[in-house]
Design a protein around this ligand. Structure first.
Ligand code: FE2
Ligand code: FE2
Length: 465
């Protein structure tokens, strides 16, 4: 692993400066004037715009509420006093953001009775599968932080909160919404609030980067692994976060270029990881993307996978178009390359309805071939539907194995272990820290070595999504 040449963020940020910026940046969510917003919402927005905007705003409203709820363990676990002080200011901010969104929902859209509980309830139906999974994971990690205040667990928790939720999901979305409001010249109260929220979030993200950068410097390999694993674990939910059930056409009235938004999110994530100090190798392992493509092109690819029904909430039919299947396999190549197997290894995916594909690791490169290989090192045989469900973490692979819808031949060891073709298996790390309960391929890896555990896990997790 090479040493980082990226500019580390720690030297440019101090906790006391972040605190002082909070004191100077006070604003009042209860005094934003929504008079013009009420008129605009009824008269200037088209029906399609109202539906799309309400959907976006609901994702934010619930996100703000969730992060406000989950921050207490961070305050308790922070090892440095100034971190504790800052985190208490952040907790106030997140509640204020939630109050702002609730006011908008009630006073402009006419939802709920003005109490946050009723506002949340009235907007819950808009949440995506990716949103629910992301915040389920954040709540789980926050809960674990109560009992485990190790630097590794703190790093994992801050990665999930400040880097993934705030830095990757929220901030690019805020900028996109601000741009839409400015372009259309509508909802001035909402825009004013969003601009205040953006400044607050900038501070929160800076805190997270400073904290992680300092932790990373003490242990670039161990903390680096924790950060990489946290990002990898959240991948399936991240891709599905801002994708409407039923397809992206729903967002067209708002003029949203979802592929550009996804590209911007990936660019933001990469630059945060770089600022923390992660090496290029660590960043690529975390994000499992093809480094030869621009972030815009990466965004297009993720959208193609979502449109094809492979990743996401599973409500769209899975495409069997060759051009979509090939994009899926190019993503798998990136996943394999994150922890490359030794030279000569052949990994095959024998899909019953669209044919076999295999990868050969040769001369330090990964070659991709259509069709079957005469002697693969390991081969997985299953339908395209089940394969996509596995990749997107919607299916329980143990159940697929028991139902014989998934058959594995060859060296199963290639699917296991900390440097397996699918990356670190849960529980194989030397330090007792993991981001989330295993799902999808991670669950497959953890179940494979012990047949007894297969039955045990099936009992423990009877329902596949
Ligand atoms: Fe917030
Ligand atoms: Fe925040």
């Amino acid at each position: 692993m090479g040493t980082s040449t990226a500019p580390r963020i720690a030297s440019q940020i101090s906790y006391s400066d972040l605190y002082a910026r909070w004191e100077r940046g006070h604003w009042l969510a209860t005094e934003i004037d929504f008079t013009q917003d009420r008129i605009d919402w009824q008269e200037k927005l088209t029906e399609g715009e109202r539906a799309a905007a309400l959907w976006f705003f609901a994702l934010f409203f619930h996100g703000e509420d969730e992060v406000a709820d989950d921050l207490s363990p961070y305050v308790e676990a922070a090892p440095i006093e100034e971190q504790t002080y800052f985190l208490t200011t952040q907790q106030v901010d997140e509640s204020r953001h939630s109050v702002f969104f609730n006011r908008f929902m009630h006073e402009v859209v006419g939802l709920g009775d003005g109490t946050p509980g009723a506002g949340l309830q009235a907007t819950e139906g808009h949440l995506t599968w990716g949103h629910r999974e992301t915040f389920k994971n954040l709540a789980k990690v926050a809960h674990e932080l109560h009992a485990d205040r190790s630097p590794e667990k703190f790093a994992e928790a801050v990665t999930n909160y400040h880097v993934i939720v705030e830095g990757t999901l929220a901030q690019p979305g805020q900028h996109m919404m601000e741009a839409w409001l400015e372009r259309r010249g509508i909802l001035p109260g909402f825009l004013a609030g969003m601009q205040k929220i953006s400044v607050d979030e900038q501070r929160h993200i800076a805190f997270g980067m400073k904290t992680l950068s300092d932790l990373y410097e003490t242990d670039p390999v161990g903390i680096g692994d924790v950060i990489v694993d946290a990002v990898r674990t959240s991948g399936a939910a991240l891709m599905a976060f801002a994708y409407p059930s039923g397809g992206r056409a729903f967002l067209e009235p708002m003029g949203v270029d979802l592929a550009a938004l996804y590209g911007e999110s990936m660019r933001a994530l990469d630059s945060r990881l770089k600022g923390i100090g992660l090496t290029g190798e660590q960043r690529q392992r975390a994000m499992t993307i093809d480094p030869s493509l621009s972030f815009g092109q990466q965004g297009e690819r993720v959208l193609q996978l979502l449109d094809a029904g492979y990743v996401g909430d599973g409500t769209l039919p899975k495409s069997k178009r060759p051009e979509d299947v090939e994009v899926l396999f190019s993503m798998i190549a990136n996943v394999i390359e994150a922890y490359p197997p030794k030279d000569g290894t052949v990994v095959q995916f024998d899909l019953t309805d669209v044919g076999a594909r295999h990868y050969v690791r040769s001369g330090g490169e990964l070659e991709y071939h259509q069709g079957p290989h005469p002697a693969p090192s390991v081969s997985l045989r299953l339908s395209l539907d089940d394969f996509a469900d596995l990749i997107a973490e919607r299916a329980n692979p143990v159940k697929l194995l028991l139902l014989r819808r998934l058959r594995i031949s060859g060296d199963r060891g290639l699917l296991m272990g900390s440097r397996s073709i699918f990356g670190p298996a849960p529980g194989t790390r030397s330090k007792p820290t993991r981001a989330a309960s295993p799902k999808g391929l991670a669950l497959l890896r953890s179940a494979l070595p012990y047949p007894g555990r297969v039955a045990q896990r099936l009992v423990a997790r009877p329902a596949a999504r």
